[in-house]
Ligand binder design. Structure first.
Ligand code: GDP
Ligand code: GDP
Length: 437
């Protein structure tokens, strides 16, 4: 299921990060648990009354610098327009309406994305009259809050949830497989998208009028419809981003959020970079199926060790996704591009695969016999049984006697045993540990 994206936009010092931290608490994550990759506090996974959504703090992307605030605001507003299902424009009730607030309002008012106008720093009744001037922004009724004192946040979140319903994107009913094409600028995303759409396949339609201005294409492959999410198209359409890395990371997160399968494009000429690892980490952490696609293979002088050394480098730099198959293609001349959809279907099946509880427990029992669970201070870990809770990604619940002696390395061992028996090629596997006495 797709998770809606909510973006917070606003001038410096209006209270964006305060609001973000109040709503998200400690659940801020963009590329957590991904070795060798720095953390960015931009995205948070949130939940309100059972509705899950991702919150972006557009102000967290680049520190505001004095002389270019306006152009930065435009960039952040554009990012919100491109990626979000709901936009929160945060303004400062104490400072009052400013020209920058008006500028951003003019940009976001034109889109179909629902916008909530939120006036911050309203702590007392006597300040409530200060919200009225914001009607001039033409964004409807202002919602008064105090982020710092956590006042009005419940009402605000209720409105956010209501806006999901207004948003035109259908989060649950579209059951076509969605494929995101990801990678740093110039890696060949557009070229690959054109190949996939152009060859043997019919473009059914683009999807205009969705709330996001994202460039999604529907195409047919062996009679089935698929949706291709092209993250390059946006950058090309909106030169406003330049190539600031964090903007492309945020767009990648938003695309991954909506995708089932991620194609992670790597440039064969430059090899794997930190940005590639970040993007891969996003797909991994969000539990999506993934394929590593090494593009521009035509540019490489090859001998019989070339593939091996590429693979070694990929496996060491992207060690957290050893499950992902690797393809070596040339989007430009079409070499092995036919493998792409074949592999997409394969990993998608694995992503949705279910193992019966009986079979699973046979494998776990065997694994335990082969390699005893760890013991600690005289206690030995007991794994009573396991069951698969969900698919996409496959998620297993392990019922144990005590959680704290179950080391990460033993979970990793069990994961490997499960993979040896059942494959799960191209998909991460998650474990939930439950204590049972
Ligand atoms: P950002 O630049 O938009 O991310 O703003 P911050 O969250 O860093 O907040 C800027 C300043 O406003 C800080 O000094 C906050 O303590 C203050 N602030 C944030 N929310 C409120 C609020 O609800 N009421 C008041 N009075 N001050 C606030
Ligand atoms: P994007 O920014 O990721 O969408 O990258 P583009 O698809 O625009 O490609 C960037 C440049 O790389 C263009 O000049 C393409 O012609 C070139 N390119 C893309 N794929 C290949 C490939 O497989 N081999 C070679 N040699 N060049 C490629």
């Amino acid at each position: 299921m797709q998770k809606p994206v909510v973006a917070v936009v606003g001038r410096p010092n209006v209270g964006k990060s305060t609001l973000f931290n109040k709503i998200a608490g400690s659940r801020i994550s963009i590329v957590e648990d991904t070795p060798g990759v720095t953390r960015d506090r931009i995205f948070a996974d949130c939940e309100w009354l059972g509705h899950k959504f991702s919150l972006i703090d557009t102000g967290g992307i680049e520190p505001f610098s004095k002389d270019i605030i306006l152009s930065q605001m435009r960039r952040q507003a554009q990012l919100a327009i491109d990626t979000a299902d709901v936009i929160l424009l945060l303004v400062d009730g104490r400072v009052g309406m400013t020209p920058a607030d008006l500028e951003v309002s003019n940009m976001i008012r034109k889109t179909k994305t629902p916008v909530l106008l939120v006036v911050n720093k309203i702590e007392t009744k006597s300040l409530e009259k200060d919200i009225f001037e914001f009607y001039n922004l033409g964004l409807g009724d202002p919602i008064a809050i105090s982020a710092e004192q956590a006042l009005g946040l419940g009402d605000l979140l209720d409105e956010v949830i209501k806006s999901f319903e207004k948003s035109e994107i259908d989060f649950e009913e579209d059951d076509r497989l969605k494929i995101a094409v990801l990678g740093k600028p110039n890696v060949g995303k557009s070229t690959l998208v054109n190949r996939l759409l152009g060859e043997e396949r019919v473009i059914v339609s683009n999807i205009p009028g969705t709330t996001r201005d994202a460039i999604d294409s529907v195409f047919k492959y062996y009679g089935e419809e698929y949706v291709l999410i092209d993250t390059a198209g946006l950058r090309k359409k909106n030169k406003i981003y330049d190539d600031i890395e964090k903007y492309s990371i945020v767009r990648a997160v938003a695309a991954v959020e909506r995708a089932d399968v991620c194609l992670l494009l790597i440039d064969a000429e430059t090899g794997i970079t930190e940005q590639d690892a970040k993007i891969a980490g996003i797909a991994h952490n969000r539990g999506k199926a993934a394929i590593i696609v090494v593009n521009k293979w035509d540019t490489i002088d090859k001998d019989n060790t070339t593939i091996k050394s590429f693979e070694k480098d990929i496996r060491s730099k992207l060690s957290f996704m050893s499950y992902a198959p690797i393809l070596y293609i040339s989007a430009l001349d079409g070499q092995r591009v036919n493998k792409v959809m074949e592999t997409v279907l394969q990993v998608s099946n694995e992503h949705a695969k279910r193992i019966t509880t009986g079979l699973l427990n046979d494998i776990i029992s065997e694994a335990i016999l082969l390699n005893q669970p760890p013991s600690d201070k005289g206690r030995r870990l007991k794994i009573y049984y396991a069951t698969q809770a969900t698919i996409r990604p496959p998620t297993f619940i392990l019922f144990v006697n005590t959680k704290d002696i179950l080391h990460f390395s033993y979970v990793r061992y069990l994961e490997n045993q499960i993979r040896n028996s059942f494959g799960f090629v191209g998909t991460p596997i998650k474990f939930l540990i439950r204590e049972k006495s």
